[in-house]
Design a protein around this ligand. Structure first.
Ligand SMILES: Nc1nc2c(ncn2[C@@H]2O[C@H](COP(=O)(O)OP(=O)(O)OP(=O)(O)O)[C@@H](O)[C@H]2O)c(=O)[nH]1
Ligand SMILES: [Mg+2]
Length: 680
């Protein structure tokens, strides 16, 4: 058993804009608590959290990483996350595993895009929030301004629990202390402000306080914890990860005031699906059934697949067996680990509130619930609502024979990030990977090369156009071949007719009197279906039409199946020639969300992409959503353009809507491209 208990655990996710100093801060905390003797740096690629070779060369975190430390009886599990928005899948997933989200703000840059987004996410998820202002050592920072901006943007509940002092060399606590010299604000005023805010959550305490009575540490702690839990307080701490100012005080803050797994707002578990679904809560008791949630999967070059989970109740032992979701059969835990950046430390058991990992269990997937009794079948965590990956790239192996390797690599990468998906389009015979942006794709390609030894060629994904017809027509073909012995004979008459958009395809047999024997009709249909699948004018599948075979001829000796496949196929092609062939393109419905000020530019740009705008909706926080129907083919570079038109602030979601005819110029190009391909 570990030498700490559930009440000693603190789970904290460090989130924030890229470059705010999360990885460096984690390093400083590990050094302060004695886990490491000397601090590594992001520049030298020697930090605990950025352990992946690619992170070290990019000098940015590209995935979440976990490390633990022990400090004066507290066991702290820290999750360092990636600030670059393309990598926010694992960042958001980490937020399910903690009681406290610490949003790190760069004192020099102030509030940045990710600061807002992450504060919003943590609030929606009812997590306890705090703000860490880092880089206070940087010259010319205006810390008063940063605090005022934070309060204006995120509310007056954002209040300092300590203040920088001695020329930014240290910080002084203003929660337990009432006086002392500081570099900004007055310590006694800051003290009154935060105590006022905290006691507001508890009437009894408020009365005591107003009557001038002293409040005990326990009373203050429980009111503080309640204020955090209710979002009535967002404490602010100051640090410099470089000079070490405020680092010890931050550990003291985590220890004394941050919620343990017995406190805070545990995430909502749901039992069952649909109308049967009920919300269930967990107990944090070591003797109850095990309930744990997998919030991270990594594929480690040495230990293989590692599934990282947070235990909500019960004790997970290395020699025990666990069930995955609704599976009937359990797996044996075997080796149980705690993570220390890229290293793993074997342990014998995990207690409620702790974060652990198991190795080499293939069946575990992200978001799985692990448990040890069928009583907890059908448990899952309330879905997180990840951003949908929109940036697509079609991939092919560079050299032959690597297909299996590529498919394994893609499958592994897909396991690791809920915002990375791989689609295989059978119709176009192409594999498309989708992520949150271009940088993500570049890193993924590097990772495939470095970790899985697969090199690929990439291109923009093809569009699944379709073909149809616009008027009814007749078709006929007579197939006759006499080669020495047995000949081939088959003749087919058919008519074709357009159907409503979205109605699909129908094959009708109206042959009477055995003009084509009954057992050869499927051969005719087979010929027709070949064209349907391969297309007639541009190589795309056909839809929304009906084919009626009504007459034909056969020969008792020479009419074999193959002859009627051929005749059916060519009779259909003959009919299409005079049926006004039309190419259809997929139309998607998009919701584009941008700052108000960019609305004009964005609607103009959408119109230039053949979009039909159907409405707009103002959102809180100066944002607006524009709704439009737009051809999928006009969106190939939209991700990048939207980012540049809105300084990175715009985003969009899309969903397939319907098929529409393409403009005639596009049709001519597609037909021409198909013909030249055939000529090759
Ligand atoms: N002067 C100063 N520089 C800092 C401090 N903390 C971090 N830095 C520097 O800021 C840069 C970014 O730091 P990181 O720790 O990589 O930032 P991050 O938030 O982890 O960034 P991402 O991984 O991209 O999300 C590095 O060059 C650090 O050395 C600090 O307290 N003071
Ligand atoms: Mg980092």
């Amino acid at each position: 058993m570990p030498n700490y208990r559930t009440k000693d655990i603190r789970n904290i996710a460090l989130v924030g804009h890229s470059g705010s100093g999360k990885t460096t801060l984690a390093e400083a905390l590990l050094v302060e608590s004695g886990v490491k003797g000397e601090a590594g740096t992001v520049e030298r690629g020697s930090t605990t959290m950025d352990h992946d070779p690619l992170e070290r060369s990019f000098q940015h975190s590209l995935d979440s990483a976990i490390a633990s430390l022990d400090y004066e009886g507290m066991h702290l599990n820290l999750i360092d996350t990636a600030g670059i928005p393309d990598f926010r899948g694992p960042t958001l997933a980490s937020m399910t595993a903690v009681e406290t989200t610490a949003v790190v703000v760069n004192a020099h840059a102030g509030i940045e895009l990710a600061t807002r987004r992450l504060m919003r996410r943590a609030k929606q998820r009812r997590l306890c929030r705090m703000i860490i202002i880092n880089r206070i050592d940087v010259e010319d920072v205006d810390l008063t301004q940063v605090v005022n901006d934070l309060r204006e943007e995120f509310g007056p509940e954002c209040l300092p629990v300590n203040l920088p002092a001695e020329n930014l060399k240290t910080v002084r606590d203003c929660f337990y202390h009432t006086e002392g010299d500081t570099d900004i604000f007055s310590l006694s005023e800051a003290h009154d402000a935060i105590i006022d805010q905290v006691v507001e959550v508890n009437e009894e305490l408020m009365e005591k306080y107003l009557e001038g009575e002293d409040l005990s540490r326990e009373e203050l702690h429980s009111a503080f914890e309640q204020a955090l839990r209710e979002g009535h307080l967002v404490p602010i701490c100051f640090v410099s990860a470089h000079t070490g100012a405020g680092i010890k005080e931050l550990l003291d803050f985590f220890n004394r005031l941050a919620p343990s797994p017995r406190e805070g707002n545990p995430p909502p578990f749901i039992k069952g699906e649909g109308d049967d679904a009920i919300e269930v809560s967990t107990t944090a008791n070591a003797n109850d059934h095990v309930i744990a949630h997998v919030f991270k999967i990594t594929n480690d070059p040495f230990v293989g697949k590692l599934s990282v989970f947070r235990i909500y109740q019960g004790t997970v032992r290395a020699d025990s067996q666990l069930l995955i979701g609704d599976a009937r059969k359990p797996f044996k835990v075997g080796h149980l680990f705690k993570m220390q950046g890229g290293k793993h430390v074997e342990i014998d058991s995990g207690i409620p509130g702790d974060i652990c990992a198991v190795a080499k269990v293939d069946e575990i997937h992200y978001d799985a619930v692990l448990h040890d009794s069928h009583d907890e079948d059908r448990y899952h965590l309330q879905p997180l609502g990840f951003p949908k990956p929109m940036y697509g790239l079609a991939v092919n192996t560079k050299s032959r024979g690597q297909e299996q390797k590529l498919s394994t690599a893609l499958q592994r990468l897909q396991e690791e990030d809920p915002c990375f998906v791989v689609e295989h389009n059978q119709e176009l015979n192409e594999t498309v990977m989708r992520g949150l942006g271009e940088l993500y794709m570049r890193v993924t390609l590097e990772r495939m090369k470095e970790r899985y030894n697969v090199e690929v060629t990439t291109r923009t994904p093809r569009i699944a156009y379709r073909e149809t017809i616009t008027r009814a027509a007749e078709g006929h073909y007579r197939h006759k071949k006499q080669t020495g012995g047995a000949g081939q004979f088959g003749e087919v008459f058919l008519r074709i007719r357009p159907k409503q958009r979205g109605a699909g395809f129908e094959f009708i047999n109206k042959v009477v009197g055995g003009a084509i024997p009954y057992n050869l009709i499927p051969a005719v249909e087979k010929g027709v279906t070949q064209v349907l699948k391969d297309g007639a004018v541009a190589g795309y599948a056909m839809q929304d039409l009906e084919v009626t075979v009504y007459d034909g001829k056969f020969h008792p000796v020479d009419s074999k199946e193959i002859a009627f496949v051929f005749a059916g196929r060519n009779a259909f092609l003959d009919a299409i020639k005079s049926a006004g062939a039309q190419i259809l393109e997929p139309i998607v419905s998009v919701d584009v969300t941008v700052p108000d000020a960019d609305m004009g530019d964005i609607t103009g740009n959408l119109a230039g992409r053949r979009a039909r705008i159907s409405g707009t909706e103002s959102l809180r926080g100066g944002q607006v959503t524009i709704r439009a129907d737009i051809p999928l083919s006009s969106l190939s570079d939209y991700h990048t353009e939207l980012k540049s038109l809105t300084q990175g602030q715009g985003s969009y979601t899309m969903e397939f809507s319907h098929y529409d005819p393409v403009p005639s110029a596009v049709q001519q190009d597609l037909v021409k491209a198909y013909k030249t391909k055939d000529d090759d």
